[in-house]
Write a new protein. Sequence first.
Length: 246
Amino acid sequence: MIECQKPFTQNRKRWYRVLKFLMRSRYKKPEFIFLGDKPSHGAIILSNHVGTDAPMSLEIYCDFPIRMWGTHEMNSGLIKLYKYQSKVYYHEKKHWNLHLARLFCIIASPLTSLFYKGLNLISTYKDFRFKYTLEESLKTIKNKKENIVIFPEKSDEGYLDELKGFHGGFVVLAEYLLRNQIDVPIYVSYFNLKEMTYIFGNPINYSTLKKMGLNRNEIAEYLVNECNKLNKLNLKNVEEESLVKV
């Protein structure tokens, strides 16, 4: 007797799964393309942001376990979320008029707050509290066997097709994991909204990057360059046998 394998679902609460199903009308499924092994568990995945499109495409459609990093303002109550969304996200990053952003977020922020409660973000910080981010990430990779998704692009000028750089927090995490006997594989990925493709490069272990003699900033620069290469990749020149498409 042949047993039918159940489709993969993220470890989320039932009400949140229903919400994600409803959001499929807004976020269409991209074509996932893997140049090497597909992430299974216990990896760091780096991606461009493209507003909400990259995070939501992963959350709704990817078929491997993930948990995302997210700035603590998105995870710290409605008032902080409203201030962050209206001033930073919509005004500074997406270049909306500030007054329009404030009006829009009166409706958007409560809905976003509900959504992020179900997403189970790992909060990130710019001060001593970052140690909690590292500790929770270690538990997620070591005990829950999930992949950590990080959107590290420098987005002071907004979300651009050509990424200007990566913040180095993920390197701190990789070093922290290595000190805890976990040589984490790191994937770079690129979501192309126009082509509706999500391309994942070959994984590279953190120890391999260290052996290249790179410091934190150099690792971040090396990997953002690899990410930008994915956007420029001509898939016609890649051997079909080496691609996995989903």
